[in-house]
Design a protein around this ligand. Structure first.
Ligand SMILES: Cc1cc2nc3c(=O)[nH]c(=O)nc-3n(C[C@H](O)[C@H](O)[C@H](O)COP(=O)(O)OP(=O)(O)OC[C@H]3O[C@@H](n4cnc5c(N)ncnc54)[C@H](O)[C@@H]3O)c2cc1C
Length: 387
């Protein structure tokens, strides 16, 4: 006999744990995670805006930053700084564990070290098969929440769209880097990180240096080795390396039948920064609200209401950011350099410092449009993407 619950959550990352916590208050919830320990392997730089860190998870914050230095491919550096912290740097092991424990305290039943290998929507319920240390198990639920990351078996089972692009990421943790703990360094350029950017993020005892690339033949290892050969890392020692993928470019829907997707499974990572923790958590809150109302009143609230909610909350941001990303992909190194120099204007820097928000960049783009005459010369496509 299958283990039957009202909701089955696949994946114990931030999105899955938040969805399970919200639903477990008044429904039977099972949460399945393939690893025994949460947040491992680490596949994240851990940079999250304060709104992405619930109060109960504050002890996972290892440092906070208030500015960024953006290094152009031709050597120019644009510095953006704010007086207050703009982002926290997380220890994802601690963060993911705290979120998962919260779901269990709320009443969710865990299956850890268990991998879901098949999901089928049977119309009246969703069935799943799992492997637990070589043994087979069967689960069934009224609603399934797929929070199973970028490869998402649940997305495939639901027949929902894969991401438009998948970035390949690679990161090293270093000791011995002399860096300003208030700033992150970002590196752009075709020789640095084709199709994305590189970063150096102070994270307590270590500095996380990594990058993502996009494109068939652009393997990140070659570029990370080059980034690590910069003078600022000359005296550093590498303590670990990790890799991962980021799905960007979401489809219009994250619901099909009784299956709902959240976080990376729904391709909700932000196309410009690659960050997916905040949107994963926000999407999971909206998804679990709709699932709860549906379970309370099965004929009343359609699960598809979730699509309306996530699109209103951050879907439009994701679409706009994806359009801006497409323009970014057309820029030559020389144009990137020119863009940074153009932003190095006291008025523009003040606008970025006041309204810049990595979760909601469109608040900034309205202001940046005030520069339309300068931008028009630089890139008419960029203006179109900001409208
Ligand atoms: C190099 C890199 C750097 C990044 N840096 C940042 C950053 O600085 N800030 C930020 O906000 N985001 C960052 N991200 C993105 C961020 O890590 C993800 O967006 C975020 O983890 C998504 O959360 P999630 O809960 O949707 O999925 P995940 O965190 O991927 O969790 C999914 C979970 O599901 C489990 N799972 C998968 N399949 C199954 C299965 N079949 N059965 C059981 N369990 C399963 C997985 O083991 C995993 O634990 C980065 C990503 C990469 C690769």
């Amino acid at each position: 006999m299958p283990v039957r619950s009202e909701a089955l959550v696949v994946g114990g990352g931030p999105a899955g744990s938040i969805a399970a916590t919200n639903l477990a208050a008044d429904h039977d919830v099972v949460i399945v995670e393939e690893h025994d320990s949460l947040g491992e392997p680490v596949q994240c730089a851990g940079l999250v805006t304060p709104r992405g860190v619930p109060d109960f998870a504050r002890k996972s914050v290892v440092s906070s930053v208030r500015g960024a230095r953006i290094h152009s491919p031709l050597g120019f550096v644009l510095t953006i700084e704010s007086k207050k912290p703009r982002a926290h740097v997380l220890d994802r092991r601690v963060f993911d564990t705290l979120l998962f424990e919260r779901a269990l305290s709320a009443g969710a039943v865990p299956f850890t070290g268990s991998r879901i290998r098949m999901v089928r929507d049977e119309g009246t319920c969703v069935k799943a098969e799992l492997d637990h240390q070589g043994k087979e198990g069967h689960l069934a639920a009224d609603v399934l929440i797929g929070a199973d990351g970028h490869r998402s078996l649940c997305r495939q089972a639901a027949g929902l769209r894969p991401p438009k692009q998948v970035l390949r990421g690679l990161q090293a943790e270093l000791t011995g880097v002399e860096s300003d703990p208030d700033f992150v360094d970002l590196y752009i350029g075709s020789k640095v990180a084709p199709g994305f950017f590189g970063w150096s993020i102070p994270a307590g005892d270590v500095t996380r240096v990594g990058l993502c690339t996009w494109g068939e033949n652009e393997l990140p290892s070659k570029y990370l080795n080059r980034l690590l050969s910069r003078p600022e890392f000359a005296n550093a020692s590498q303590v670990s390396r990790s890799s991962g993928r980021i799905p960007v470019g979401a489809g219009r829907s994250a619901v099909s039948g009784r299956i709902m997707l959240v976080g990376d499974a729904a391709c909700h990572a932000k196309p410009l920064s690659g960050g997916g923790v905040y949107t994963g958590i926000r999407g999971a809150e909206l998804c679990s609200d709709v699932a709860r109302r549906h379970l309370d009143d099965a004929d009343g609230t359609p699960l598809s209401d979730y699509d309306t909610l996530w699109r209103e909350a951050f879907g439009h941001e994701l679409s706009r950011a994806f359009r801006i990303r497409k323009v970014f992909l057309t820029l030559t190194d020389r144009k990137m350099d020119r863009a940074l120099r153009m932003f190095d204007d006291p008025e523009v820097r003040a606008l970025i410092e006041e309204t810049g928000d990595i979760d909601y960049p469109s608040a900034l783009s309205k202001n940046v449009l005030k520069l339309a005459p300068k931008l028009a010369k630089f890139s008419p496509q960029l203006i179109k993407s900001l409208l």
